[in-house]
Design a protein around this ligand. Structure first.
Ligand SMILES: [Zn+2]
Length: 267
């Protein structure tokens, strides 16, 4: 990916990073090699990136699930929201790049995406459409005020850091699950399925300017897809073995999907 409007800064000293085919380097003498797939690891940690965040199997299962188009309505709604914007776009916790790569292919948008999981970023870099890096959302290696548009799907909210990287007047699109998201899956799992609380992030720094809902129905056509979507939800880790057992032998499942897109302005 050729970089026109660079937003990246050195995670060690904060100087601008200059990119070439092989490395990202700052004037302070720090340099970071691109991986074979083109992404760069800008995470400052003694631990190896591949031990952090999601593992290989869950990254791959998520990618296969998304490639089947089940969440295409959300991708299309996001591209619709961002289509009229231009300049730099940052996907905060981009996962395996399904949304980032689509947004990065819009005219006039130069996209960046990062995630804590090196495996997710590796898969994202293979999708292309953006400059990808490994980083933590509490210390984003992007210059202050360098981002025109940010997107943030199903990830922790860090209002100070998001407001720091956004330029004044820049927009953040934050996505949370809607009340009835995957309700069909919950009906199968639980005796008393509950609705999601549909809580958009609260912030005193950014100003919420609009809220839009995206809903649809999908038919999960294979047991792997039901398992994959279940693993992508936070309740996977809170569901007991007895309830998980109920999914075994289920080959098809029809369910609602629902997302809420909150739009915020950096005043
Ligand atoms: Zn440096």
């Amino acid at each position: 990916m050729e970089i026109k409007h660079n937003i990246l800064i050195c995670p060690v000293c904060g100087n601008v990073l200059q990119a070439d085919d092989k490395t990202f380097a700052c004037a302070g003498g720090h340099s970071f090699d691109r991986a074979r797939e083109g992404y760069v690891n800008l995470l400052r940690t003694s631990k190896r990136g591949d031990k952090l965040g999601d593992d290989k199997a869950s990254a791959r299962s998520r990618q296969e699930f998304l490639n089947r188009g089940y969440y295409a309505p959300l991708r299309d709604a996001l591209t619709e929201r961002v289509r009229d914007r231009s300049g730099t776009l940052l996907d905060i916790c981009c996962g395996e790049g399904y949304y980032t790569s689509a947004l990065g292919r819009l005219d006039g948008i130069e996209a960046y995406g990062f995630d804590l999981s090196r495996e997710m970023v590796r898969l994202a870099a293979k999708r292309g459409g953006a400059t990808y890096f490994v980083a933590n959302l509490a210390a984003i290696p992007a210059a202050t005020g360098s981002v025109d548009t940010a997107v943030h799907l199903f990830a922790p909210f860090h209002e100070r850091e998001f407001a720091r990287v956004l330029r004044r007047g820049g927009r953040l699109y934050s996505v949370v699950p809607g009340a009835r998201h995957l309700f069909g899956l919950k009906e199968l799992l639980y005796d008393k399925p509950y609705l999601n609380d549909e809580q958009l992030p609260e912030t005193t720094i950014l100003r919420r300017v609009s809220v839009r809902k995206v809903s649809g129905r999908i038919l999960l056509a294979a047991a792997e897809d039901i398992e994959a979507v279940f693993r992508m939800t936070p309740y996977y880790f809170h569901t007991g073995e007895r309830d998980k057992e109920k999914l075994r032998g289920v080959a098809q499942l029809e369910t609602e999907i629902e997302f809420v897109i909150g739009e915020y302005e950096n005043p």
